[in-house]
Design a binder for this molecule. Structure first.
Ligand code: ADP
Ligand code: MG
Length: 337
């Protein structure tokens, strides 16, 4: 039987690269870069709410960190350190999967794969895991919580409050893919071929737009990452900036699930940002540099703060009644039985 300490030592202690004191003491010590502001955020992933019980552990490990890195990207911050809280279900460390609680009895091999996924993301984005907490919980309630700490030069963080009337609104990548992947797994749509693999990759191994966020520091007036849906998250920027928006998207899918997920599907971790019209050439250059589509999807206006209107390519008003995830129901990661 593996003890909690053996487990931490085995799966969560890797030599940190830019940390004074990491895992193993009562707390970690970090030395921030001078003149940097620390940027701190926490995200929780809960079984049944954010992931299926039979999720691939390596993908879950990746995603647990990636969703937090996305918040750093949205602030224009360089991610540096993370702590990891794990609530594991009964049975971890006994080396065997039990049928009733499936993978989340968290056997050694489950944790091994989870930690490999987590560290592959951490290494890619140069994040040190510097501590955490590990405990048992009841079956079906596995939970992973990361607190991420990043750095940004003083005063340069991208905030939700900076959007100005006349700014263009941009989105990275292709929103809606993760929600399409989820719909496929729930049997609400049948995807095949490259579309299926792209949508499942977006759902299971999202790519946080960290490099884009860093490059936007000097260009964007505001930014947010898409976790609850394009319109829902953009609405936060509008409210915080006391502005409104007109949205018209070239290539918006036809009415149906593809359009709904583009506008309102969550879990994409793309960036939505605003920038003055004269920054368009720089944004086009970033799109080339990062080989990442950046689409101009509309404009910030001065109507009733917090409101947004969506138009189709013929100019018809297609503003949906629901902006975000509620629309897909409360329990997102349960499969039809
Ligand atoms: P304490 O009793 O002081 O809370 P713990 O025994 O919980 O300490 O943890 C021992 C060390 O292991 C601490 O440095 C803690 O930060 C680290 N740690 C615990 N769980 C994790 C985890 N899941 N990932 C990384 N570090 C962890
Ligand atoms: Mg502890």
């Amino acid at each position: 039987m593996t003890s909690e300490f053996d487990l931490i030592e085995k799966y969560f202690s890797r030599r940190p690269r830019h940390t004074e004191l990491g895992v193993g003491d009562d707390a970690a010590l970090i030395r921030p870069t001078s003149n940097a502001e620390l940027v701190i955020s926490t995200d929780l992933l809960v079984e049944g709410t954010h992931f299926f019980s039979d999720v691939d552990p390596a993908s879950l490990g990746w995603k647990t960190l990636a969703v937090n890195l996305s918040d750093m990207a949205a602030m224009g911050a360089a991610p540096r350190w993370a702590t990891l809280g794990c609530v594991l279900c009964r049975g971890f460390g006994d080396g065997a999967l039990t049928a009733s609680t499936s993978a989340l009895s968290a056997s050694d091999s489950w944790l091994d794969q989870f930690s490999r996924g987590f560290f592959s993301c951490a290494e890619h984005y140069s994040v040190d895991l510097i501590g955490g907490d590990t405990t048992r919980g009841p079956p079906g309630a596995a939970t992973f919580s990361v607190t991420i700490i990043g750095e940004v030069p003083r005063g340069e963080a991208l905030r939700r409050t900076g959007a100005q009337v006349g700014d263009n609104i941009w989105v990275s990548g292709t929103p809606g893919r993760a929600a399409m992947g989820l719909a496929h797994l729930q049997g609400r749509v049948v995807l095949t071929g490259a579309t299926l693999s792209e949508c499942l990759a977006a759902l299971h191994r999202p790519t946080p737009r960290v490099e884009l966020g860093l490059a936007l520091r000097s260009i964007a007036t505001s930014a947010i990452d898409v976790s609850d849906g394009l319109l829902a998250d953009l609405a936060h920027v509008l409210t915080c900036s006391s502005v409104s928006a007109h949205i018209q998207i070239v290539g918006l899918p036809e009415p149906g699930l593809a359009r709904d997920t583009y506008l309102s599907g969550g879990d994409d971790y793309e960036l939505v940002f605003t920038a003055a019209a004269n920054r368009t050439p720089e944004i086009a250059a970033l799109s080339k540099l990062f080989e990442l589509p950046l689409h101009n999807i509309g404009m910030i206006c001065g109507d009733e703060p917090g409101t947004l209107c969506v138009f189709d390519n013929c100019g018809a008003d297609i503003t949906p009644a629901h902006r975000g995830f509620d629309h897909f129901g409360q329990s997102r990661f349960e499969k039809a039985s």
